[in-house]
Design a protein around this ligand. Sequence first.
Ligand code: ZN
Length: 142
Amino acid sequence: MPDQTLATTHLPQSASQAMLRGAKGKCPRCEGAPLFRKFLKPVDRCRACGQDWTLHSADDFPPYVAILVTGHLMAPVMIEMGQTSLPLWAMIAIVASLAVAMMLGMLQPVKGAIIAMQWWMGLSGFAGASGKAEAAAGAPTG
Ligand SMILES: [Zn+2]
C-alpha cells in the first residue's frame, strides 16, 4: 500500500510529468527513488512512497516502441549511406552498431514511461488506483 503521508506536491500533475519521471528511471508517483532495480526490472515497491510497481504489465510494448522509433530514425541514415562509396561491410557495421546502441539506450526510458502511463491512466493492475485520480483528489487514495 502506498504511503498515505506522501505530500500531494510530490504527485505528478499530468501524464507527461509522470511519464518523464518514469523515463528518467525515477518513481513516477513520488520521484524519490529509482523505478528499476536492474536494467529492465522494476522494483516491487517504491522505497520512498511504497507504490506497488508489480501491478504494471508493460510486456512487449517498450521494445515495440523502441523498434518503431529506431527504424524511423535509421531509415534516412541507411538511405544516405547508400549514396556513399562505403563498402557494404562498413555500412552494415555502422548501421547495426547504431541500431543496437539506440535500442539499448531507449529500452529502459521507454519502459519507465510506459509503466508511468499505465499507472497514471489506471490501466492493467492499477485499475481503481490511477495516478490521475489520486492527483485530482489532491491526496493519495492508497
Ligand atoms: Zn515513489
